[in-house]
Design a binder for this molecule. Structure first.
Ligand SMILES: [Mn+2]
Length: 315
């Protein structure tokens, strides 16, 4: 499905429900917020499905219109959600097999929706939503800000390897609508003291392999509890590990619940395909950044992740 076709479908229909992914990031939330506001401007009824994930980092920057409990949508659209396994908590029973249109940029998208608008060269789903909103002629300062947050956060402030000339062009076009300096300060130049303490714990846990090119770090539930941190405080830890000089592949294992770990992979300069590594672990994402959920003791999970990395490096 092309971006124009998505815009047309949105114009022709009404009563939408917008889905964002579990453990929501700036991309999925920024896209949801932008689309919801855009549809509202067109006189449509549109809500986002309440996402119980950590939203604190976005307070004061994004506005959300959550669906009332009894809302019955006619059309369900998923944004930045590569597989139905990434639907937010509580949405699985109701919305599995019910997504009519999915707009995404993950090459690992499983094609679960009836119609898929996929552009894997987009740095963020926000790039695709930008073109859809432009097509719908709804762009204004609030929508531009939401899309700017979506794009800037998914490309690390226009720094990650997914950043393209088009990413900058769209960022520049969005900046014409308002002053987003506060957005950049908040998302890229500010860390809570908790986050910095978590970073020091991850650093202390790093184990290096392959002459320092591969590292595996850990953040346990006990670590998180010791500084009273939540998942939102942990979001940037995976990218942080990839900043260590000489590292080509950084894996960060974060304990979600006892025996359940989120493995986040980051690759530098295409050293190892994170999407392939996570694919071996039952997850996915992009070549530069991907994730998977792995079960077992820390020792088991560390071993399984190490083997997946080595399999991709040697293969
Ligand atoms: Mn994304």
């Amino acid at each position: 499905m092309t971006e124009q076709a998505v815009a047309q479908w949105l114009r022709q229909n009404d009563n939408f429900l917008i889905l964002t992914h579990i453990r929501p990031d700036g991309d999925t939330l920024g896209c949801g917020s932008a689309l919801c506001q855009g549809l509202e401007k067109l006189g449509k009824t549109a809500y986002m499905l309440r996402n119980p994930g950590g939203l604190r980092n976005f307070e004061g920057f994004l506005t959300f219109r959550w669906a009332p409990e009894d809302y019955v949508p006619e059309h369900v659209i998923a944004l930045d959600i590569a597989t139905e396994d990434l639907l937010p908590q509580g949405a699985h029973q109701q919305y599995r097999g019910k997504v009519e249109v999915c707009v995404d940029h993950h090459p690992s998208n499983e094609g679960y929706a009836q119609e898929l608008c996929l552009n894997s060269s987009a740095s963020a789903c926000g790039e695709i939503l930008y073109r859809i909103c432009r097509e719908l002629e709804v762009l204004d300062e609030a929508i531009a800000k939401a899309l700017y947050i979506a794009i800037a956060t998914d490309c690390g402030g226009f720094i990650y390897s997914n950043t393209t000339p088009e990413t900058h062009r769209i960022g520049a076009a969005l900046m014409e609508y308002g002053d987003f300096r506060k957005v950049n300060k908040h998302f890229f130049q500010t860390k809570s003291f908790k986050q910095l303490r978590l970073e020091s714990m991850v650093l202390g846990s790093e184990v290096f392999f392959e002459d320092g090119k591969v590292c595996i770090g850990v953040i346990s539930l006990a670590d998180k509890a010791s500084v009273d941190a939540d998942d939102g405080d942990c979001e940037e830890l995976a990218s942080f590990a990839a900043a260590i000089e000489g590292v080509g592949c950084a894996a960060t294992l974060r304990e979600l619940s006892p025996g359940e770990w989120k493995a986040s992979l980051r690759s530098v300069d295409t050293y190892a395909d994170s999407n392939r590594i996570c694919g071996l672990l039952g997850g996915g994402g992009h070549a530069a950044a991907a994730g998977a959920t792995v079960h077992g003791s820390l020792a088991e999970v560390r071993q399984v992740v190490y083997q997946a990395i080595m399999q991709v490096l040697k293969g």
